[in-house]
Design a protein. Structure first.
Length: 491
């Protein structure tokens, strides 16, 4: 390119990974998918693993395809909390374990018996979730001490894949902030948390800023793939924080939903917000690019639709997501509500049956048709967004005008409109590919092509058309919200 550079974004999602080329002309970013591949966990001997060697194979294919059009750097993002362990020679001890594995069950009780829960939150500023890295490590301490004692280095998944490409061992800040082992204010590993739980401190590597150029791709990989040299950039390794870079906001105070398999609902702050209210609401402070903090709550998202669709396929019923939405549009509104974050909805399996059981237990009408299940999920998600929105506004003491909704969930026009209705706020939807745009933009900042976060957001706004949804039927939704609260019985 004459006026800019091509960069390669590797984005690993809940079921697939993509290698996407980002081309920049000085004003706009153009995305082109070069390679799509599976990213499915593998169940073996009652443990759920990442198929990390297959992922490396597919990343190499992505590099080869990008080399055909020339590229200058590559960045990798995925979800938080999961990690690999290396031995003293830098070799992987075993395949990393997936956060949906059951090894962390019961770890809350164990952790809180050893370390004061209030103090734990005060330092980490993280929402307590049993999937967090700290609880995964604690499970290893008690059930697989031998493995833990062999480990010389822990690398979170984006850092591990960066290491495979470069040989550099480092912990990128945004992904490190998902572990619940980082001091939220100091932005370094918390010795107090780690020592209090008896976890090994020496296996953690130095925390580096997102947007750091790590090094060129290793010579042996270049030779193997027969490609030209390119740099590896530690972008925001946590996909949510890549998506945050792409939130098309112009104002300082805004709400966002990064909506995919998980929904992350929050606001952007200059400093961590750790208070009695944030602790009561179990809010999290996630590290972002440019010193920003994403003050947010993790909510189960499109997982409920995705897993229901898989169940219907097992039963011989095949629907596209758009077909499911059409069925939902025909269904009766406000038939029944679920709490999307109820424990029974976390594990893979028969979600529709679990919804039936939930509705039966809470004395509601029981969905029967497929459209009724899909509508129940979408309306319940929209209601849960409002519930969390009210908590955020209570913590920040701010009232927000607009919710910026990014990610795959914006493909669901129904969910976008229901969210506007439930929250009684304007929803600006897009870009769908927020994570990839953010990954690409951070590489372009690292290469000196884009100056800063404000400019990156401007370039992304130039690159995509956003859709606005205005709230409707305020009275009906307010009444339905009270029903949602009464059936879900939040503490």
């Amino acid at each position: 390119m004459e006026n800019g550079k091509n960069v390669l974004a590797i984005d690993l999602g809940a079921s697939s990974g993509r290698a996407i080329l980002g081309s920049f002309d000085g004003k706009r970013i153009k995305l082109e998918e070069l390679h799509r591949f599976l990213n499915e966990p593998v169940q073996l001997n009652q443990t759920l693993y990442w198929d990390v060697l297959r992922l490396m194979h597919d990343i190499k294919i992505g590099l080869q395809k990008a080399a055909q059009v020339d590229f200058h750097s590559v960045g990798i993002d995925t979800w938080g909390v999961d990690f690999g362990l290396l031995d003293e020679d830098g070799n992987l001890l075993e395949n990393p374990v997936h956060y949906r594995d059951k090894r962390t069950e019961g770890m809350f009780e164990l952790a809180f018996s050893q370390y004061d829960k209030e103090r734990f939150y005060e330092l980490s500023g993280n929402q307590f979730m049993e999937i967090n890295t700290v609880f995964q490590l604690l499970s290893l301490k008690y059930s697989r001490q031998r493995l833990l004692s062999q480990a010389k280095t822990l690398l979170l998944m984006p850092d591990l894949l960066n290491y495979f490409l470069t040989g550099v061992k480092a912990s990128e800040y945004t992904i490190a902030s998902t572990t619940q082992m980082l001091d939220a204010r100091e932005k370094i590993w918390s010795k107090e948390i780690i020592q209090s739980l008896g976890l090994p401190e020496n296996i953690l590597t130095k925390v580096i800023e997102p947007g750091t150029v790590l090094s060129p791709i290793r010579t042996e990989i270049l030779d193997e793939l027969m490609i030209k040299p390119a740099s590896v950039v530690a972008v925001a390794g946590h996909d949510t924080q890549c998506a945050m870079v792409a939130v098309p906001a112009t104002e300082e105070d805004f709400l966002f939903i990064s909506c995919g398999t998980w929904s992350l609902f929050g606001t952007e702050l200059a400093e961590p917000l750790i208070s009695e209210k944030s602790k009561k609401y179990n809010m999290t402070n996630e590290g972002g690019y440019g010193g920003k903090i994403s003050f947010l709550k993790n909510i189960i998202g499109l997982w409920l639709i995705q897993e229901s669709r898989r169940q219907w396929e097992r039963e011989g019923l095949t629907y596209s997501f758009s077909e499911l939405e059409k069925e939902a549009q025909k269904a009766t509104p406000f038939l029944a509500f679920i709490d999307p974050d109820a424990p029974e909805f976390v594990a893979p399996g028969n979600i529709p049956e679990r919804i039936r059981e939930y509705c039966k237990r809470t004395n509601q009408s029981i969905p029967k048709e497929i459209g009724e299940f899909v509508r129940c999920i979408n309306e319940s998600l929209a209601m849960k967004y409002r519930y969390v929105m009210e908590q955020i506004e209570d913590c920040t003491q701010k009232n927000y005008d607009t919710i910026y909704m990014v990610g795959g969930g914006t493909n669901s026009r129904m969910l976008c409109q229901l969210t506007a209705n439930a929250c009684n706020k304007k929803v600006v939807a897009g870009p769908t590919e927020a994570t990839v745009y953010g990954n690409v933009a951070l590489q372009l900042i690292a290469l000196g092509e884009i100056s800063d976060l404000t400019k990156a957001r401007e370039c992304i706004r130039n690159s995509e058309d956003m859709i606005c949804y205005e709230p409707q039927e305020e009275q009906k939704w307010s009444e339905a919200y009270q029903r949602f609260l009464s059936h879900c019985k939040f503490e």
